[in-house]
Write a protein that binds this ligand. Structure first.
Ligand code: 6GU
Length: 223
């Protein structure tokens, strides 16, 4: 996976880039790049935005600027799957992550101001993705959320090869949330762990965990 994040704030990703799963994925052959729109802008003074036609508050990222950045990185050849981050997009979930993580290269377009000129959505992006139904001031946090979900799936990202298999919403759990975990001490301030976990009966433990996943799934649906 070559992940390219287009942004006005590349430095916002410095912390993310240093996180263990990301470093490990990179050591195992993935790449993670931030691409600054200003580096390729055809406009004077590093300008990237303009006021909206028809009036109104805020500034809009220009389509020629975004196109120039994509050309700058990918040249005249084929462009990779390109995702624009927008609260109006398709909600991110594990099935979309599976799809995106399978791409050889992925471009994430992150914006600020009032968003992108709509021609970016219409002509430059293949998908519009949201991370939930609320509005954030910019696309950097959503880009990191999308990047995190993808990078942790890549070879070598997680220490224990099994740790992403049986987790919340995975196929191994039939798309259900994960069961609860407990560790020592077995009792703290009178709060006990479920007996079954220290029974030594692996079949019973498996059964209990499955029941827990199912009832957590039902509780979520009731919300
Ligand atoms: Cl992708 N962008 C912004 N600005 N806000 C959001 C979002 C994206 N997803 C949820 N809220």
């Amino acid at each position: 996976m070559n992940l390219d994040i287009f942004t006005l704030f590349p430095e916002a990703f410095d912390w993310f880039r240093e996180q263990r799963p990301v470093r490990k994925a990179i050591e195992n052959g993935a790449s993670f790049n931030t691409r600054d729109y200003r580096e390729w802008t055809p406009l004077k003074g590093g300008r990237v935005d303009d006021s909206p036609y028809g009036g109104g508050a805020g500034m809009v990222l220009r389509v020629d600027v975004v196109d120039a950045a994509l050309n700058g990185v990918y040249g005249d050849g084929d462009r990779p799957r390109t995702v624009v981050l927008t609260p109006a997009g398709r909600n991110l979930d594990e099935s979309l992550v599976t799809e995106l993580a399978a791409e050889p290269t992925l471009a994430l377009l992150s914006g600020r101001y009032e968003g992108f000129d709509h021609r970016v959505h219409e002509h430059l992006a293949d998908d519009e993705v949201s991370i939930g139904e609320y509005v954030l001031a910019g696309g950097e946090l959503p880009a990191m959320v999308v990047a995190d979900t993808i990078m942790r799936r890549l070879p070598g990202a997680l220490g224990d090869a099994e740790s992403a298999v049986e987790e919340s919403f995975s196929d191994a759990l039939d798309g259900l949330p994960e069961y609860p975990h407990y560790t020592r001490p077995p009792e703290y301030r009178g709060w006990k762990i479920p007996e079954v976990l220290i029974s030594g009966d692996h079949g019973k433990v498996r059964e209990w965990r499955q029941e827990q996943s199912i009832s957590r799934g039902e509780a979520r649906e009731g919300r």
